[in-house]
Design a protein around this ligand. Structure first.
Ligand SMILES: CCCCC/C=C/C(=O)SCCNC(=O)CCNC(=O)[C@H](O)C(C)(C)COP(=O)(O)OP(=O)(O)OC[C@H]1O[C@@H](n2cnc3c(N)ncnc32)[C@H](O)[C@@H]1OP(=O)(O)O
Length: 364
């Protein structure tokens, strides 16, 4: 995790183009359309030819597929083409329909589990003994998992937690591992990581669903404004205790929360750390729907499986229309929030609050 992955070379791409012709099984129209679009993007770049007329059905469908790739770079398209062909070749040799995530780079630690099944990629926070608090490694792994999910075959991506908590937010011990550059360097690199992490949610191109299986704290709450749908168990609560911690809002919540729930409700959460029940969060628009805990998993996953069968390109494009005009604003908000937090993390208020938690004097 960390450095950029090596992209496929022109030679890999040429080999993949030849390999397609040798596939033993017809991959079906949907996949052929995807191959066509990636090929065009990889060789010619973003679609800038005129749209065929309504009655020219085949060429219009091909044009739509190419155009849906937007500004994806030639290099990334080449890589996606090579990946897709390699998956098709592998599956035509061994009949293993549940393998879409087998080639995914697995997270560095067991604290994150990524699976792909039934058209859904699930990113599961898996540190139940620590209430799924996010370590520095987990932020990196979630970034990598979102990047992979944005390119995989799944239609929908889900973030959820293992155990009784959804997530207790940032692992406060992250702040205790001081690098050689001291507090200033720690704050600088945490702010850069925070910015990259939140950017991945802002830019995520597919439907993104939070399955909130229990209480949620801190950054796991603030980023919910960047999800498309949020399902919660009635056991969940939503808590952003930034002032208690000497910190300030992140995850674009300083912008999304007032927009979602109105400025005074947002202020009560973000300034005073008011904890919301699941029902309150739903009434204020942060949560889409609340389910009884006893049937939560069954009901939510049945619904998501049904949604994952909807045409994936239509869902992507609809998401683009809904979100794109906000993106520039969200990136600016994220940059500002990260920069303010960089200062906050070096403040006495913040250091005292963290020391207090670590010495068990205070619990939120
Ligand atoms: C680089 C990007 C930075 C992004 C900025 C993000 C900001 C935030 O997310 S701010 C919010 C930070 N989170 C918190 O302040 C929560 C702190 N935790 C608690 O207040 C409580 O643990 C609780 C309310 C979440 C749960 O209480 P309880 O049910 O009583 O369970 P325990 O306290 O016994 O927790 C079990 C175990 O887990 C450890 N733990 C829980 N949360 C965190 C955490 N956020 N960071 C570190 N460790 C956490 C807790 O210490 C216990 O550990 P053991 O004592 O070793 O069993």
């Amino acid at each position: 995790v960390g450095g950029p992955a090596m992209l496929a070379s022109q030679k890999d791409f040429n080999n993949a183009v030849s390999q397609v012709k040798l596939l033993k099984e017809d991959p079906g129209n949907e996949v052929k359309l995807k191959l066509y679009a990636l090929y065009k993007q990889a060789t010619e770049g973003p679609c800038n030819v005129p749209k065929p007329g309504m009655l020219d059905f085949i060429n219009k469908t091909k044009w739509d597929a190419w155009n849906a790739l937007g500004s994806l770079s030639k290099e990334a398209a080449r890589q996606n083409y090579v990946d897709l062909v390699s998956r098709l070749s592998a599956s035509s040799e061994s009949p293993s329909p549940e393998a879409p995530a087998a080639d995914r780079k697995q997270p560095e630690s067991d604290s994150l589990v990524v699976t792909s099944e039934d058209g859904i990629t699930t990113i599961r926070l898996n540190r139940p003994a620590k209430k799924n608090a996010l370590t520095t490694q987990m932020y990196h792994d979630i970034i990598a998992a979102l990047q992979a999910a944005s390119k995989d075959e799944s239609a929908i991506t889900v973030l959820t937690g293992s155990g009784d908590y959804y997530c207790s937010g940032n692992d406060l011990t992250n702040f205790t591992h001081l690098p050689a550059g001291g507090l200033e360097e720690m704050a600088r690199s945490a702010a850069a990581l925070l910015r990259d992490f939140v950017n991945c949610f802002i830019d995520f191109p597919k439907p993104l669903v939070a399955v909130v299986n229990g209480p949620a704290v801190g950054i796991s709450v603030t980023i919910l404004g960047l999800f498309d749908v949020v399902y919660a168990t009635d056991r969940a609560s939503f808590h952003t205790p930034f002032s208690h911690l000497g910190q300030s809002p992140e995850g674009c919540s300083s912008y999304t929360f007032p927009k979602i729930m109105g400025s005074s409700k947002a202020a009560e959460m973000l300034l005073f750390g008011k904890k919301l029940t699941a029902q309150e969060a739903c009434a204020q628009g942060l949560v889409t729907e609340v389910f009884p805990d006893g049937t939560f998993q069954k009901e939510v996953w049945a619904r998501l499986k049904a949604y994952s069968k909807l045409p994936p390109n239509a869902m992507r494009i609809s998401k683009q229309i809904i979100r794109n005009r906000e993106k520039e604003k969200l990136h600016a908000v994220n940059a500002e929030e990260s920069s303010v937090l960089r200062e906050r993390w070096q403040s006495d208020e913040c250091m005292n609050a963290i020391a207090s938690f670590l010495s068990r004097k205070a619990k939120l």
